[in-house]
Write a new protein. Structure first.
Length: 481
């Protein structure tokens, strides 16, 4: 099958050939003809299967006729992260260079004024993250009543990041008679409910199991003690023991990304860092340096786990085992793309064994150990041990949740006051006692106010001193250090 059999316009087919693409991938071969018919599509495919071209190419064909008006985009593409949105914009620039379309990229970390100017010129294609899109709409800078095609990409990632309420708000602002193209790697119940609510009789297209890993990826586990210092030593051993062209090192927390970055830099590795707290300019510069080979190793949080188009990553190292087994699939999917061979190693501590079992169950394969492995008895003991919450939960933001030690800022814990001191501190002062003894002139609900006040007053902690309680006895006594 070739692209000229999918119903695309001659101009789009020529652009695809000029870009060097010869045959459509399975998701493209099935989704493009349905999209060209104007039908809604639900595409289920893992990362790296060519989902982006599945909606870019039919949109280019549909947008050849017509012109956008100011602040009224003709099409809308929603992406969960800035990087993914920027990549889609690059795809339109590559494949639509002969179409002369106005493309507006609306993401955080960029000036509102610059984005307003793009919207004022009229956008044939609006590519946005949900939060920034709603910001522009609420400021009165954007109307969505002319949108003909809506694309929701990486929907399960949207769920992870808590964007589903924003997606629902946006869908309600769009014309009901629009075409919706919906893509996701997995289909949890919340995502299925979303498709049932906002899509009209969609064609469901699934080209791969939701949780499969590429067969070209060699997967290994490496045991480590639980402390971070030991894990960092194991990571360096892994990095030195492989013929690495370039590699992504995944951490569960943003603060661990910074720790890994500083540690590897200290030990002479050529490394960069990427996480959600970085400003957009720094993130873009780091990704460009990694793509062009200036940076060999990239320490990253899961912001880089899905959809980033870095086609020739040779290795992936999981410094932390992800809590969600699906995240493991997307992390290691950064390597072994487009049929290339890849290598993925995961550092495992005793606390991680239950999560590893869940990953193996989801992927339906046993992952081999690299080097010395724990005994089967140890693995079984750790797998059955009762554990507290390990790491972060799905969709949470643990990087902003300090540990007990960091929350205290290194200070000593607060001293619990002695019960006697609490009673003395709460004893009423002499003026309070005098006012409580005065007869109340008003009654509330049939009960004198002075009686109600007395019932609320605690018993004096010191008896017999009358009005002559020294001030120092009224203050709580602090325990000595």
């Amino acid at each position: 099958m070739s692209f000229d059999t999918l119903g695309l316009s001659p101009k789009v087919v020529a652009a695809v050939a000029a870009a060097g693409f010869k045959e459509p991938t399975p998701i493209q071969a099935q989704a493009i003809p349905v999209a060209m018919q104007g039908r809604d599509v639900v595409g289920i495919a893992q990362t790296g299967t060519g989902k982006t071209a599945s909606f870019v190419l039919p949109m280019l064909t549909k947008l050849e006729m017509g012109r956008a008006r100011a602040r009224m985009p003709r099409s809308l593409i929603l992406e969960p992260t800035r990087e993914l949105a920027a990549q889609v914009a690059q795809s339109f620039e590559l494949l639509g260079r002969e179409h002369k379309l106005n493309i507006a990229l609306i993401i955080g970390g960029v000036s509102f004024d610059e984005q307003d100017r793009k919207l004022d010129r009229g956008a044939d294609v609006l590519i946005a993250t949900p939060g920034r899109l709603l910001d522009h709409f609420q400021r009165g800078k954007l109307l969505l009543t002319a949108v003909e095609v809506l694309v929701i990409d990486e929907a399960d990632r949207m769920l992870d990041m808590g964007f589903i309420p924003d997606i629902e708000k946006i869908c309600k602002l769009l014309p009901p008679r629009r075409q919706t193209l919906f893509f996701s790697a997995t289909m949890p119940p919340e995502i299925k409910k979303l498709t049932e609510k906002f899509l009209r009789d969609p064609e469901r297209i699934s080209v791969a199991p939701a949780a499969s890993t590429a067969k070209t990826i060699e997967q290994r586990l490496k045991f480590s003690d639980s402390d971070s210092k030991s894990k960092r030593a194991v990571l360096r051993e892994l990095m030195r023991g492989q013929n690495v062209k370039n590699a992504i090192i995944f951490c569960n927390r943003k603060r661990d990304v910074d720790v890994i970055y500083k540690s590897l830099t200290k030990h002479g590795f050529n490394v960069g860092a990427l996480h959600g707290d970085m400003d957009q300019r720094s993130r873009t510069a780091t990704l460009d340096a990694f793509r062009n080979g200036t940076i060999t190793f990239l320490a990253a949080s899961d912001v880089a786990a899905r959809g980033l188009d870095i086609p020739e990553v040779s290795h992936v190292f999981n410094f932390d085992v992800p809590i969600s087994p699906e995240d493991y699939v997307h992390r290691i999917g950064r390597t072994g793309r487009a049929g290339r061979e890849g290598f993925a190693a995961t550092i495992v501590t005793p606390e991680d064994i239950p999560a590893i079992r869940a990953i193996e169950a989801l992927c339906q394969q046993k992952i081999e150990w690299l080097g010395d492995a724990p005994s089967p008895e140890q693995l079984e003991e750790w797998a059955n041990a009762k554990k507290g919450r390990r790491g972060r939960g799905r969709g949470a933001k643990p990087d902003k949740t300090p540990s007990r030690k960091s929350a205290q800022g290194g200070q000593r814990p607060a001293i619990r006051p002695d019960p006697a001191n609490r009673e003395m501190a709460s004893a009423p002062s002499a003026p309070e006692q005098a006012s409580a003894e005065q007869p109340a002139k008003q009654r509330v609900r049939g009960k004198p106010r002075d009686e109600r006040a007395k019932s609320r007053q605690p018993e004096p902690a010191v008896v017999g001193l009358g009005d002559h309680i020294p001030d120092f006895l009224k203050r709580p006594v602090r325990a000595s250090k």
